[in-house]
Design a binder for this molecule. Structure first.
Ligand SMILES: [Zn+2]
Length: 310
């Protein structure tokens, strides 16, 4: 049997920015890693104790605002979802990500700078088959009017429905098959969004200190306060799909399944993954053959189709 092979980065890629919540400058370096290594973060500012944090769902501390990992020594890393989405969407299976602070840089609030940075340097194929996780049984979780579901599928499909009181966002729905570079083309430049009232509340609590009108789309009722408005009319639902791709990549490899998020967020998607892996017979690891690998995110990604942003 011909296998679909794992990928890592051709060479290191460096990103500099600020953390969304702490507002502090941060440097993040993505480094190539061996086949079978997976995605790991390393806090280079931690001098004593365990600075290594694997990107895996059961280390997620469920908080509403972002996806935060915490290792056995209590070392944390916040806002990992956009770099995880970029790695999933570029088909990177192995990387060591060194970071000198507690938060991944927010960049422009989307994944596009990560995708462009990774793809500019290129992807290297490795001599080991991709290990994917195939959903075999439907699994659903619900909380406070939000719902997240995984259904069996031979590819990763992401479906999302949102319904916000602010008319600037309102009701939006979208479904996409994640192969053929879909993520890079359709979702990677969609930014985090929030409501002005939420920004005010976060500032009062000392959060979102690095947030600006440049790295999040801020809305207030009918109005979009960020200059230039939305990049897509349905940028909000696209960003929720971006977050879902990043959060689902914490399965430990690509997921083959149909995800449905209805007003869901990071915490609920994580609860869904935990339930998937805790439910007997709901998921199985598969070594991808060449045909399955053709359906993985990252396949068919074309440089010219990655959005350019100023
Ligand atoms: Zn996000």
């Amino acid at each position: 049997m011909r296998h679909g092979l794992q990928n890592t980065l051709k060479t290191s890629v460096t990103f500099k920015g600020v953390g969304l919540h702490g507002g502090a400058p941060v440097k993040m370096v993505l480094k190539p890693a061996a086949a079978g290594h997976g995605i790991w973060f390393k806090r280079t500012d931690i001098e004593v104790g365990d600075a290594m944090i694997p990107a895996i769902y059961d280390l997620v501390e469920r908080t509403p605002l972002c996806t935060k990992l915490v290792n056995g020594a209590g070392v944390t890393l916040s806002t990992i979802e956009h770099i995880m989405a970029a790695l999933a969407g570029c088909g990177i299976h192995n990387a060591l990500i060194e970071i000198d602070g507690p938060e991944v840089p927010i960049m422009d609030g989307s994944s596009v700078e990560f995708v462009r940075g990774i793809m500019a340097k290129g992807v290297r194929q490795q001599a080991a088959p991709v290990l994917a996780y195939e959903v075999l049984k439907p699994v659903t979780v619900e909380k406070d009017g939000a719902k997240a579901t995984l259904l069996p599928s031979n590819r990763l499909e992401i479906e999302f429905h949102i319904d916000f009181a602010d008319p600037a966002i309102g009701r939006q729905s979208k479904t996409l098959d994640m192969r053929n570079g879909t993520f890079a083309r359709e979702l990677s430049d969609s930014r985090t969004f929030c409501r002005q009232a939420d920004v005010d509340a976060m500032h009062e609590n000392g959060l979102a200190l690095g947030g600006t009108l440049e790295n999040a789309v801020v809305v207030d009722g009918d109005d979009v306060l960020s200059p230039g408005g939305f990049r897509h009319a349905d940028e909000a639902v696209r960003h929720k799909m971006l977050d879902a791709l990043g959060d689902l990549y914490l399965a430990g490899g690509p997921l083959l399944g149909h995800y449905v998020g209805e007003r869901a967020g990071h915490s609920l998607t994580n609860t869904l993954l935990r339930k998937l892996f805790a439910t007997p017979g709901a998921v199985r690891p598969v070594l991808c053959d060449a045909e399955t690998a053709e359906r993985l995110p990252g396949q068919g990604l074309i440089w010219a189709e990655i959005p350019q942003v100023a």
